[in-house]
Ligand binder design. Sequence first.
Ligand SMILES: [Fe+2]
Length: 172
Amino acid sequence: MISGGKMKNKIADIIIKLCGESEGNLHDINHFLKVYAFAKCIGEKEGLDELNQCVLEVAAIVHDIACPLCRKKYGSTEGSLQEKEGAALTEEFLSGFDPPRDFVERVKWLVAHHHTYSDVEQIEHRILLEADFLVNAEENRYSPEQIEAAKRSFFRTETGLGLLDSIYLREG
Ligand SMILES: [Fe+2]
């Protein structure tokens, strides 16, 4: 059984490293910082334990790590391409932080499934999908109909649903 404590203390350095590797791409940097903030908030409110919370937070930071490679290699950041490339890049990126093996495997799995909306079983997976959508809805200017559809299809946590309603589905 590993605890989240060891990696929790490295989150600031993980953020700083990813900022440094983002080649000044403020869209990418702003995006992961926002997804991290929502994931942290939802995870805390939903009562995740320290280890699961830490896995979620690190996955939220690195979830789009394959975007720059996918832009260069495929000319596209389509979800399935990111899922294909993301695990190896996550492994390499996190190796300098001396993470426990189980921890890396769990983060890699989440990165490799952050565009997978069916058969969601893990709460960390659910929260990552919700946090990413809360950010993408604004960045991609989703319509009210698209937001309602996401709400029905994969938003499940009370905190995520509350945020979606209060930000995007306001009455009047
Ligand atoms: Fe994202």
